[in-house]
Design a protein around this ligand. Sequence first.
Ligand code: PLP
Length: 390
Amino acid sequence: MSKSLLFIPGPVTVAEPVLTATAQPMIDHRGPEFKALLERVARRMKPIFGTERAEVLLLGSSGTGGLEAAVANMFGAGDRILACPIGVFGERLIAIARTFGCDVDVLETAWGSGVDPQALRAKLESAAGERRYAGILLTHNETSTGSQNDLASLAAAIRGCGAYVVVDSVSGLAASDFRMDEWGFDIVVTASQKALAVPPGLAMVAVAPRAWERMDSNRAPRYYFDLKKARDFAALGQTPWTPPVSIVYGLDAALDEFERTGPRRVWERHARYARAIRACAEALGLEIFSAEGAHSVTVVAIRVPAGIDADAIRKRLRDDRGVVIGGGQGKLKGQIIRIGTMGDLSQTDVLGALGALEIALLDAGVSLHIGSGVQAALRVFLETEAPAAV
Ligand code: PLP
């Protein structure tokens, strides 16, 4: 099998110790070893969510299952929900809420930007009495546009409105600081195959105390994704249904590495890689899709010049150089390329992928000074020192 460099924004390259951990012999998922494993992993996920109060549950599903669980347990038919999409995954949250009968109102934001806190505040203030929102749906990091919301500002805008806040941090959590308790979020969802760099198969859902109260009174139907059932089983060191045991082993090993490196250095690595990729694109005369102040640290979306097919560039990169990057989704199909920063990637991997990108762009007819992009990325790496572990 030839080596390929995975630069899509999930699933990502998984480090050797994590892969090895997933290959351990199977154990009884209702036995003492799994109980210790589950409890250890849930405890170690809490600081990553920035919570002491919330319970962290592991669901055998991808991130979308975690999002469905959040919506289905918190809301039901007729509940008025404010959705704040900034791309394809925000739209998926709307689709989930509508599937469960919610009355979804949408705060529109131009793709590539983050939600404007003042616009959010104004929207909440305009909804009074019967028209008050029961819930707010936010995306932390929008993988389809390479943009990231300033959650601290949005949390400040929401504070006091009473609505329950569900946050999709599938492609954000563990790559930057996250403060669930401080920001007052009720449910936060992430998944194994993104910044935690574990194979796909697990959604991790952090549920704040206030959310449990809401679930007690919510009569909307749920079965597989019944979070109260998941909590009851978690208290016994189990999951209601057969869990992906191997992936939980992998997560445990990934958390070893996360803790050894220290959160600050992990966050800084993602930010540095994203900066280097953006610097490369800009040096090549390409436009970054995300707006200034809203750049994601886990994925960089780059517009390809008019007349150039982004998907053809991706194919050349994959076929000729073994470099796998993402393309545009939804209305951005063919217009952008997306380069992820997550996973077990070295600076050398990043520089190699960017060099391959330059060649593919040149072959596609983009006029550029060959080497100028890699040089700009290299400069970012040389100029930014890794901070000490915390
Ligand atoms: N939300 C965001 C922001 C994502 O990036 C993704 C996947 O890329 C999802 C939700 C859906 O996650 P999954 O593909 O694990 O179901």
